[in-house]
Design a protein around this ligand. Structure first.
Ligand SMILES: N[C@@H](CCC(=O)N[C@@H](CS)C(=O)NCC(=O)O)C(=O)O
Length: 219
């Protein structure tokens, strides 16, 4: 009896609700971490539609910015954005995905910022290209394309460092950004721009956490 009371409290303490979508690359970061850290059984995924032009009241109850991922802990407190949630999950599981200190930490955080920044540009690019044709800014589109190409060229240069570093949040974020390029920007044919990065990504795709979280249009 006392064991079941203990386990009830133990499990309820760690129970978490995640505003989730199978299409969001930022949500994917969280899901990859949850897979890696074996925390999936503790996550209740709630399908939530987040769009820049359509604030979602259900998400806004937990995050006034109406963005996903948003994590709700069992005491009702909330965590966002993806970087904060991923680091929280890693701390909860005492995991290896956020190196604690030293150059490995700054390297991992820089790659996370790099991948997130690339995604930010891609999301804005996608929003822009979906506007009515007569109001699309060719200048903005050209700027997003230039930044994307430069980011891919730079990451291609950093392949040896990526290969040498232990798998961590930087690898996860860059893999999610490349997966988003395949999902929404197939016409860019990014592999031709960054062949070493393409080879690196093919290796990442064999990892169960990455394979299990490929974006899908359904759901
Ligand atoms: N910096 C945030 C970005 C999250 C984000 O922009 N998510 C998109 C979905 S992919 C979103 O919620 N968009 C809705 C909006 O911008 O209003 C993170 O890393 O979590």
């Amino acid at each position: 009896m006392s064991f079941s009371i203990f386990s009830y409290h133990f499990n309820s303490y760690l129970f978490m609700k995640l505003h989730w979508s199978p299409k969001s690359p930022y949500v994917r970061k969280v899901m990859v971490c949850a897979h890696e850290l074996e925390l999936l059984p503790r996550l209740e995924m709630v399908r939530s539609v987040a769009a820049m032009l359509k604030p979602n009241a259900a998400i806004m109850r937990d995050n006034p910015l109406s963005k996903i991922p948003t994590l709700v802990l069992d005491d009702g407190s909330t965590l966002f954005d993806s970087a904060v949630i991923c680091e929280y999950l890693n701390a909860l599981a005492n995991g290896p995905l956020f190196p604690a200190s030293g150059s490995r930490r700054w390297q991992a955080l820089r790659w996370q910022a790099f991948g997130d920044g690339l995604l930010d540009a891609l999301i804005l690019w996608r929003n822009e290209r979906e506007r009515p044709a007569n109001s699309v800014s060719a200048e903005l589109i050209a700027a997003f394309e230039l930044k994307t190409q430069a980011a891919l060229a730079q990451l291609n240069e950093e392949i040896n460092a990526l290969d040498d570093a232990p798998f961590a949040i930087g690898h996860i974020t860059i893999a999610c950004a490349l997966g988003y390029l395949d999902f929404r920007f197939a016409m860019l044919k990014w592999r031709a721009l960054a062949p070493d990065l393409a080879h690196w990504y093919a290796g990442q795709q064999t990892r169960p956490s990455i394979a299990a979280t490929e974006p899908t249009a359904e759901g």
